[in-house]
Design a protein around this ligand. Structure first.
Ligand code: ATP
Ligand code: MG
Length: 152
């Protein structure tokens, strides 16, 4: 089923704008490639919402949260970048384990299931997920999902 990336992402961000902290704002950019792709929309939405909620939760008021999409050959590349608390180096290898929460996140509400579910969805779609993060500076999650550019 064809999915138009710009409309799809704009609707998700619009729905979420009422749930974020004061002054937090989303920036969305489609960087390159086809705008319409073939992918399971409900799974992609679940992945994006989980990453975007985390970006908001683990950032302070007023910070910006950046979402990008790009299509390269048969790959959709999505990034979610925040300017938040970051992930301690010692916790980085456990982030996708169920119920795991980093030591600097214990004062924030959460169960530690979001990223576990995201990883399962990414696996089901045949993709990959990775992140880079600097403590007290911010985090970037990158999801790569195989897709087929939609040709009408
Ligand atoms: P929930 O199940 O409600 O999503 P959660 O947010 O604690 O709870 P995950 O989304 O699985 O759980 O994330 C696991 C842990 O990874 C978090 O507790 C937090 O320590 C860390 N984390 C995830 N995203 C970020 C982020 N953008 N910035 C900093 N730390 C993060
Ligand atoms: Mg979460």
């Amino acid at each position: 089923q064809p999915l138009e990336l710009q409309t799809f992402c704009a609707e998700i961000l619009d729905d979420m704008q009422g749930m974020v902290k004061i002054g937090q704002h989303f920036v969305y950019q489609h960087l390159a490639g086809a705008l319409t792709v073939s992918i399971d929309g409900s799974m992609l939405r679940n992945i994006l919402v989980n990453l975007l909620v985390n970006a908001s939760k683990y950032s302070s008021e007023g910070k910006s949260i950046e979402l990008t999409t790009a299509v390269q050959d048969n790959l959709l590349v999505v990034t979610v970048r925040d300017e938040g608390i970051g992930i301690p180096d010692a916790d980085k290898d456990k982030l996708f384990i169920n119920f795991f929460r980093a030591r600097n996140a214990i004062h924030v509400q959460g169960t530690g299931l979001g990223l576990y579910i995201v990883k399962r969805y990414v696996d089901l779609l045949g993709g990959t997920i990775s992140f880079t993060s600097q403590l007290d500076s911010g985090t970037i999650f990158t999801v790569q999902l195989p897709i087929y550019p939609f040709v009408a």
